[in-house]
Write a protein that binds this ligand. Sequence first.
Ligand SMILES: NC(=O)c1ccc[n+]([C@@H]2O[C@H](COP(=O)([O-])OP(=O)(O)OC[C@H]3O[C@@H](n4cnc5c(N)ncnc54)[C@H](O)[C@@H]3O)[C@@H](O)[C@H]2O)c1
Length: 312
Amino acid sequence: MRLLVTGACGYKGSVLVPKLLALGHQVVAFDIQWFGNFLTPQAGLTVVRGDVREVETIDLRGVDAIIHLASVANDPCGDLDPKVTWEISALATMRLADKAVRQGVRRFIYASSGSVYGVKSELQVTEELELAPITEYNKTKMVAERVLLSYASELAVQIVRPATVCGLSPRMRLDVSVNMLTMQALTNGRITVFGGDQVRPNIHIDDITDLYLYLLEHEDIVGVFNAGFENLSIGDIAERVARVVPSEIVVTPSNDPRSYRVNSDRLLATGFRPRKTVDDAIGEIVAAVRSGALKQDDRWYNLRWMQKGMAR
Ligand SMILES: NC(=O)c1ccc[n+]([C@@H]2O[C@H](COP(=O)([O-])OP(=O)(O)OC[C@H]3O[C@@H](n4cnc5c(N)ncnc54)[C@H](O)[C@@H]3O)[C@@H](O)[C@H]2O)c1
């Protein structure tokens, strides 16, 4: 297939694109490259440095499917400039879907977020629950989902609400919980946990990227799917890290009330199975740091990089 992957140079995209190429797909990797480009040039890959807000610059001729990952990709970054966040994460998604329909693209896979649920008292968060997004980031994801679903009669729309992703990528992120706590243990011998009791779902980067491949293979699986397989408290994650990298765990008060267990039974019912765990991610990061393959860098922290004015 010929695929357009937006946000292809990001944390997920940098793992996903090589997998797509290995399967023989032709990939156009479209990204503004705020955090650089770590994709290795190879046959079948075209890298385009571009901005999804300029939809007229996106060539959709011959594209069979779009995997849309481009977004201002966490809560604090989304709050930096809400107008930009809405333009990139919501408006550009609408314009891309609209252009896709007009140009005959038939498939659209969208990276939403498990954070669209907001604070839930239900013990199991399923796709049927009402969405109550809190931040600009969560709100743009909810709106983009709804816009995409309005095109469902013309496009096969496959929406994933991923849990927090963990594990290694050539374009690393150390601002996501498992990765961040593991790096703290390795660099300081100390892990600082805010609150500690909030339960959050997790998914390994190999599983979330395999899920996009799986959806690509299964055009009939349409709609909205949670994707989170280990619901763990932040304190529990810290203890798992400390078992591998002996460290002191310091608990400080948190003002983040979000605590939820995501239920991914709808996805599991389609036949998809995750292969990896949070413990795998911790082990892989520890090995990468100890071998020198992964080093601290402000680039791996989205907010820090954007606040330094480097994301441009
Ligand atoms: N990482 C997670 O834990 C997680 C969890 C749930 C959902 N998601 C979603 O998955 C997607 C990918 O996340 P990620 O972790 O790879 O984030 P990331 O920040 O590493 O990647 C996002 C990419 O989008 C690009 N981008 C931003 N604005 C753009 C624009 N205007 N035009 C073109 N490209 C643009 C950036 O340069 C970056 O390479 C995002 O939509 C994110 O919201 C991520």
